[in-house]
Ligand binder design. Structure first.
Ligand SMILES: CCCCCCCCCCCCCC(=O)SCCNC(=O)CCNC(=O)[C@H](O)C(C)(C)COP(=O)(O)OP(=O)(O)OC[C@H]1O[C@@H](n2cnc3c(N)ncnc32)[C@H](O)[C@@H]1OP(=O)(O)O
Length: 220
């Protein structure tokens, strides 16, 4: 096996391990949010979790370093808080996108609760920002969100399969507008939340100013 193939294998193995850890963390968060276990059990769990966290903190990256398992240009972001399989914060959303259109699926657990039984409005906005970002990126004009308007028409139910959609609606020079919606998978035509986002493609000097350290090739 060539060195390159071996390093690809190692990368895939690491991504698999990160996803496995992410799944475990999501289970932990969901149980910790839903639990009505005795108080003593909570104390024991806190101690065991601190013990498990210790070794992970022994080698950590700086803010200016991209995670070793990520591929920025290829769109692999293992710790993205919406789609990252390694992020305990991510539901995670599974997204497919092409030609300015994105479709996503996810189920939100009790950890995302705002009003009882329903998703927090900020969580819906986060999901839609990400979805709009995928639509915009897949149109070939990636940019950053400069404005996001959300309209909450009906509450988003927790523990229910959701369908998220987004598409580019307007391109004006460096400014790209996209619209998106959240519905349940069961009733995709009944819109619960909508969003309109304005994205701006960065000029080269803006990209350099904001992302200079992570744009440099990794030292081997
Ligand atoms: C396969 C790969 C898949 C990967 C998928 C990845 C998906 C990723 C999903 C991630 C999703 C998550 C995404 C995130 O979370 S992105 C994170 C949240 N967003 C930010 O942090 C952005 C913060 N903003 C800035 O840094 C600056 O505003 C930037 C640098 C973006 C623009 O700099 P600046 O502000 O100095 O502007 P400009 O001089 O360059 O000019 C820009 C043009 O835009 C117009 N303008 C600006 N602001 C507004 C506004 N509010 N309403 C209306 N218009 C506005 C402006 O007038 C001008 O128009 P014109 O005069 O040219 O006509």
């Amino acid at each position: 096996m060539t060195d390159r193939l071996q390093s690809v294998d190692r990368l895939l193995e690491r991504r698999e391990a990160i996803s496995d850890l992410g799944d475990a963390l999501r289970l932990l968060i969901e149980h910790a949010t839903a639990t009505e276990a005795p108080t003593e059990e909570l104390r024991r769990a806190a101690e065991r979790i601190r013990q498990a966290a210790g070794p992970l903190g022994e080698r950590i990256r700086e803010r200016t370093e991209v995670a070793a398992a990520d591929d920025l240009l290829g769109g692999v972001r293992m710790y993205n808080p919406v789609i990252g399989r390694g992020s305990a914060l991510a539901p995670p959303v599974h997204v497919e996108s092409s030609n300015g259109v994105a479709v996503g699926t996810c189920t939100l657990g009790l950890a995302y609760e705002g009003p009882p039984m329903y998703a927090h409005g900020g969580v819906s906005a986060m999901l839609l920002d990400q979805m709009l970002g995928h639509a915009v990126t897949s149109s070939g004009k990636p940019g950053m969100t400069v404005q996001l308007d959300t309209a909450y028409r009906k509450p988003v139910p927790l523990m229910t399969a959701l369908r998220l959609t987004a598409e580019v609606s307007q391109v004006e020079g460096r400014r790209v507008t996209a619209v998106g919606a959240i519905a349940t998978a069961e009733r995709p035509d009944e819109v619960l939340v909508t969003a309109t986002g304005l994205f701006v493609a960065l000029r080269a000097e803006q990209a350099q100013r904001l992302f200079g350290p992570v744009m440099r090739p990794r030292a081997s």
